[in-house]
Design a protein around this ligand. Structure first.
Ligand code: FES
Length: 157
């Protein structure tokens, strides 16, 4: 089956592109939309976006591989992204990642066997004053402590 946006997503695509002077400038929001729509950015999804954007697949692929928020592999229901950049590292990011790893029994880049959680380490998420922090799907969790992380993981069904 060929990959295609739903009519709702296509409408959103058109709205998004119309907000930019050049189609290409809308690449990140369009890729994000495609990721939501298709779950992750497979080679087929990249090709589809390239076609919509009148760009080469190689150009789109280059953008996808640059940004950690864009996934080329399927991720779990909850994608946990722990910031590892210096300001967060100085206040214990490594311990937070280690705790998540031990609680979930996975390493960075892995997904739990039930498909529920994927763990990534990412660069600065622009919340440096409230580290250590992590993003799970669209939500930020800040000023993390061991207790907070345990509570958060427990709350995710
Ligand atoms: S360094 Fe972690 S959010 Fe900026």
């Amino acid at each position: 089956m060929t990959l295609e946006f739903s009519s709702e997503a296509f409408k959103k695509f058109q709205e998004t592109v119309s907000r930019y002077p050049k189609k290409e400038a809308a690449m990140i929001p369009v890729l994000y939309l495609a990721q939501r729509e298709f779950g992750y950015l497979s080679p087929e999804a990249i090709e589809y976006v390239a076609k919509l954007m009148d760009l080469s697949s190689a150009r789109v692929y280059g953008v996808v591989t640059f940004y950690t928020m864009l996934n080329m592999q399927p991720v779990g229901k909850y994608h946990i992204q722990v910031c590892r950049t210096l300001p967060c590292a100085l206040v214990g990011a490594e311990k937070i990642a280690a705790l998540v790893k031990s609680k979930l029994g996975i390493q960075v880049g892995e997904t739990t066997p039930d498909g529920k959680f994927t763990l990534s380490e990412v660069e600065c998420l622009a919340s440096c004053g409230t580290g250590p922090m992590m993003q799970i799907n669209d939500d930020y969790y800040e000023n993390l402590t061991q207790e907070k992380v345990e509570e958060i993981l427990k709350s995710l069904k």
